[in-house]
Design a protein around this ligand. Sequence first.
Ligand code: ZN
Ligand code: ZN
Ligand code: ZN
Ligand code: ZN
Ligand code: ZN
Length: 344
Amino acid sequence: MGYDLERFVGYVNEDLLCCVCRDVLERPLQAPCEHAYCSACISSWLVHHHSCPEDRLPLDVGSLKPLYRYMRNDLNRLQIRCVNAGQGCEVVCTLESLHTHEDECEFAFISCSNTGCPVQVERRGLEAHLSECNFRSRECPNGCGHTLLSTDQSQHNCVAELRTEVEMLRAEMLCKVEEVRREMESRLDSQRRHMVQKESQLKNEVEELKGQLSRVMCDMRALLGAERLRRQELAEAELEKRELLELLKDLQPTRSQHPVEQAAKDQHQGAQQTPGWELHTKPTRHQQREASLHASSLSLHSAQAITVSGPPPSPQLGEGARKGGTRSLTLDCIKRKSREVTVI
Ligand SMILES: [Zn+2]
Ligand SMILES: [Zn+2]
Ligand SMILES: [Zn+2]
Ligand SMILES: [Zn+2]
Ligand SMILES: [Zn+2]
C-alpha cells in the first residue's frame, strides 16, 4: 500500500506512482518492463497473476528488482505531511525522513507504559496521563514493603497484608518440612532394610565360621591325640633303643672275652668238655633277654620260638649254629628297631 497522494506537497511524477494501488510508491520494486510497484502491492498481485498488472507481460517474483537509483532519489526527495496531521501535527518532511519523524511525533498515539493500562494517549500527553493513571504503582508509604496500585491504595492494610504473607510463608514452610520429613523417613527405611539384610548376612557368616571353628577344633583334638600317641611311642622306642644299645654294648665285650674264657676253661677242665658248651650257657641268657624284649614289643613268633627253646640237649655243633642264627636275628632286630626309631 503506497502513500496517499493527498499528503504530498507539490508535484509528484507519475512514474513514482504504483501501478497497482495508484498511490506514491512505498518500498518500491521494478519489473523488467520498467513498471514499478509497492512491494506489498505486487506481492499480493502475483499470488493470483503471473504478469505485469500494467501491460500483462509475463512476470514472477524472482525477476523483480530495486528501483533505478535516480527514481529512488526523486522519490526520497518528495515532501510529505506527517501522518498525524489530523491530530494537529504540521510537520512536512522528505519521504526519506518521514519514519524518523513519525517515531518521535508528539501527536502520535502511544500506549500507557503502566502494565495493564489500556489507555492510548498522544506522546505529548503521556506524562499528564501517567500522573493520574490508575495502573501506576508505588511503595506503601507506611513501610510494609508492598508495591501498591493507585486503585487499591485506599483499601491497603499493612497488617492484614503482612499477616497474609506470613500465613503463606508458614504454609509453604510446613509443606517443605513435611516433604523433608517424608524424604528422611524413606531414606531411613531404606537404610534400615539394608542393615537388616546386612545383619542376617553377618549372622550367616558367623554361623559358617562357627562351623568351621568346631571342625578345626575337632581336627586339632585328633591331631593332639595322635601327637600324644606318637610321643608315647617315641618314648617307648627311645627306651627300647637305649636297652638295645646297652644290650649291644654287653654283647660286644662278651664276644671279645670268648677266646680268653675258652683258654681258661681249657686250662682248668682240660679237653673233657667242648668249649662250645661253655659258650652256650652265657649267650643263652642274652638270648632270653633279647627274646623277651622281642616278645613284649614286636610279639615276633620267631623270637618266641627261640625263647621257648632254652638250653637244649642237642649236639654242641647244632647248638653253636643255632646260637649264631639267634645272634644274627638279634642284630637284625636291633637294626629294625633303630630304623623304627629313626622313622618316628
Ligand atoms: Zn501500490
Ligand atoms: Zn509492465
Ligand atoms: Zn507529526
Ligand atoms: Zn495509564
Ligand atoms: Zn502498607
